[in-house]
Design a protein around this ligand. Structure first.
Ligand code: CA
Length: 490
């Protein structure tokens, strides 16, 4: 893969408000007073997105080795969704969250670097996937910025190269966001080493010192955003790299979890557990800062993950055990089984959500887009696949006007071959493109997807397959193609 150095050109200052621009903003502030006054009535929005955090990785979702007291406390103050869905890999979910449009409709079906690699040895050729989020898409940040919000991306972007960086998609501030989906290392200066085939770095994080840990630093930067935005509504998108590979954590925390580990535990990776602990501590610091500044009562806080937990082994980091385990769900990142797409989701919205509520309705992370825009008294994009979740947030037993969720991953990964899926009620159908194989599961009675009912219920399987095909046509989903050069077994 070709190195991507273009993005190195614009890393000079993460804080754009300097000199003439500061004067201009001050002037605009004066002439736009009514807008800011109206915006001040609207809530601040904090979205904290973990990377590759599995559905059962938090204490409040059943983790045993991992300890997440701050997130568990947040869950007690939030609506906790038990069936929230992302896409199965990074960039598609991020694109969906920011636009409210389905990843397949956007044409972003694999992570950005993956879209640049072509496999030629498999039975199928991957569907083409966009390399960036087009500027024709108006993001959540762009809309909130237009409404008077101060907008900041801290951490992972993964939606295109320099000409599609967060600054071009409505973010006033970008700290750390690049084309890449993972840091070279979690240790300052967050570059060097030879983990990836191309040069990687995390920009805007100078003035660190050896021993500084990326999750902590990104949290520090998020606190700066909160401090800096005081008096103006803000949208803070804190997209942690953790707990994505490389599996690296603070040694004292690793030692703690090594001592705690027992063979019967669901989770078996003490380094990963320590990474999750750093996320939890960071969430706690953000919540504390909101409270200290008197902002907690007017700030919506969302915590979620961009795909299911990664179940491979990070051998490059010297690991010998799988990164995580999404049990009781099947499989993990990349797959359209539940372990690949179901993620934790907590939403705390003062005045709307009742603390400690649990919502079992299936929801899609695209739903956060119209939900947050409506919260800010803004209209969602005219073409939006997400639904406003406010009724569910007020009453977790409310009915959402949607009867099916769709997924499309026309690519390979260690956990899957190209596949689409539909979930309607408790039924879920997966269609594998290599051989047209259908798998039908009843999630109500078989959440671990162990019994394929496609042969036993052919009519139901066929009807769901038709729905899936119609949906693919409607959104213009790109399909994988037969590989004419495939030399393996036909
Ligand atoms: Ca991810």
């Amino acid at each position: 893969m070709k190195p991507h150095f273009r993005d190195r050109a614009i890393v000079s200052s993460p804080w754009p408000l300097s000199g003439m621009r500061r004067a201009l903003v001050a002037m605009l502030g004066l002439v736009s007073l009514p807008v800011f006054a109206a915006a001040a009535m609207t809530p601040n929005i904090v979205v904290i997105l973990a990377d590759d955090l599995g559905w059962s990785d938090l204490g409040c979702y059943g983790a045993d080795l991992h300890e997440t007291p701050r997130l568990d406390q947040l869950a007690r103050e939030s609506v906790r969704f038990t069936q929230a869905y992302a896409m199965s890999v990074c960039s598609p979910t991020r694109a969906m969250l920011l636009t409210g449009k389905h990843a397949a409709r956007l044409g972003i079906t694999i992570w950005i670097e993956g879209s640049l690699q072509k496999n030629t040895s498999r039975r199928m050729i991957d569907a083409a996937s966009r390399h960036d989020l087009p500027h024709t898409e108006k993001t959540l940040a762009a809309q909130l910025k237009q409404a008077g919000y101060f907008t900041a991306l801290i951490g992972k972007w993964h939606l295109g190269d320099a000409d599609h960086f967060p600054e071009t998609h409505g973010f006033d501030v970008n700290i750390g966001g690049t084309h890449w989906g993972a840091p070279e290392t979690y240790w300052w200066p967050y570059r060097g080493g030879e983990r990836f085939s191309e040069y990687r770095y995390v920009p805007h994080l100078g003035f660190g010192q050896p021993g500084e840990y990326l999750t902590d630093r990104l949290t520090d930067e998020a606190l700066h955003v909160i401090d800096r935005a005081a008096g103006k509504p803000f949208f803070l998108y804190l997209a942690h790299h953790a707990p994505h590979t490389p599996i690296e954590a603070k040694p004292a925390d690793v030692k703690y979890f090594e001592a705690k580990l027992r063979p019967e535990m669901r989770h078996q990776n003490p380094v990963y557990a320590a990474m999750v602990k750093s996320i939890d501590e960071g969430v706690g610091r953000v919540l504390d800062r909101l409270r200290e500044r008197g902002l907690a009562g007017n700030t919506i806080v969302v915590f979620t993950s961009d795909n299911g937990g990664f179940i491979g082994i990070d051998r490059k980091a010297g690991q010998t055990v799988p990164v995580t385990n999404n049990a009781p769900l099947r499989s993990g990142k990349g797959s359209l089984y539940e372990g690949g797409i179901r993620v934790p989701l907590l939403v705390r919205w003062p005045g709307v959500t009742a603390g400690g509520a649990v919502c079992d309705a299936p929801v899609l992370l695209a739903d956060l887009n119209p939900t947050l825009l409506r919260a800010a008294a803004q209209s969602p994009n005219s073409l939006c696949d997400g639904l406003d979740l406010q009724s569910l947030l007020r009453d977790p037993r409310a009915r959402l006007e949607r009867d099916a969720l769709f997924f499309h991953y026309p690519h390979y990964y260690a956990t899957t071959t190209p596949v689409s899926a539909v979930r309607a009620g408790g039924w879920k159908l997966l269609e594998y493109f290599e051989d047209g194989r259908l798998e039908l599961f009843n999630l109500d009675s078989d959440p671990a997807e162990q019994t394929n009912l496609a042969a036993r219920e052919p009519q139901r399987a066929a009807a769901l397959r038709t729905r899936l095909e119609n949906w693919r046509r409607e959104v213009g989903a790109v399909l994988p193609a037969r590989n004419p050069d495939f030399k393996g077994k036909k």
